[in-house]
Design a binder for this molecule. Structure first.
Ligand code: F6R
Length: 235
């Protein structure tokens, strides 16, 4: 595991964007695994700028996102579909991009459909991850067991509280999401984990403690090619 300490969010974002750009330059038909949330926003801004300036082309690359809230349509401003369009997709030129459909008629069928997309298009060349305060990756929440496949996740109370900052009130945060499972994440050839301000302690537990489904990110200790970019110096 490689840990890159950076002084601030700006450097974290630039470094992350550089590693994603390098992936696309070296393998133009890469499948990128993408995340939402605060951590990758700055990196997406750099990627958009580099594409607009003509320095980076995504026309042969595809993307799959980690997760989507249940019950929010693609045009809902808090949906992850909307987030990705606003922060990246509208500015760049991916050949194709997939996210789970959180409004599908049958959510179990949608989980199977999304899993089949990852199996057909995968393996993911580079998976970008943030980490939740409880150690979640994607919406793989702390639990008794790791769930390998794409599944319907119940968001923990802590995650609902943490994500309330994006909504008008905590009651509006969906209680369920469709998330890529731990096996799909671990099958990625390379993983890039971002941990900014406030994530130092959970990062330390995830990287130096036991591998346990109670801290889902701890499973990354088992992956052969993880790069962590962090503003924290605890590990
Ligand atoms: C987002 C996702 C989540 C976030 C995590 C950290 O698609 O899957 O696991 O990466 O909650 O969120 P931020 O970056 O907002 O701290």
């Amino acid at each position: 595991m490689k840990i890159i300490h950076v002084p601030d969010y700006e450097t974290l974002s630039r470094k992350t964007a550089q590693l994603i750009a390098a992936q696309v330059l070296c393998k133009p038909d890469s499948l990128l695994g993408l995340a939402t949330g605060s951590s990758p926003v700055g990196a997406y801004r750099y990627l958009a700028q580099w594409h607009i300036s003509g320095d980076l082309d995504f026309s042969r690359a595809c993307s799959v996102n980690l997760d989507e809230y249940c019950g929010l349509g693609a045009d809902h401003v808090q949906s992850y579909h909307f987030f990705m369009r606003q922060n990246l997709f509208d500015a760049v030129n991916f050949r194709a991009s997939w996210l789970p459909d959180g409004c599908a008629e049958s959510l179990p069928d949608e989980c199977r459909r999304y899993e089949a997309i990852i199996a057909e298009r995968g393996p993911i060349d580079l998976q970008l991850l943030g980490i939740g305060h409880n150690g979640h990756i994607g919406f793989n929440e702390p639990a008794e067991q790791f769930v390998p496949q794409t599944h319907l996740a119940q968001l923990s109370q802590g995650t609902i509280q943490a994500n309330a900052r994006f909504f008008d009130s905590v009651d509006q945060v969906p209680k369920q999401a469709i998330t890529m499972g731990i096996a799909s994440i671990l099958q990625a050839k390379k993983i890039l984990l971002l941990a900014g301000v406030g994530k130092g302690e959970i990062l330390r537990q995830a990287l130096t403690g036991p591998v346990t489904p109670w801290i889902p990110a701890s499973v990354l200790q088992l992956h052969p090619d993880v790069t962590v970019i962090t503003t924290s110096s605890v590990c």
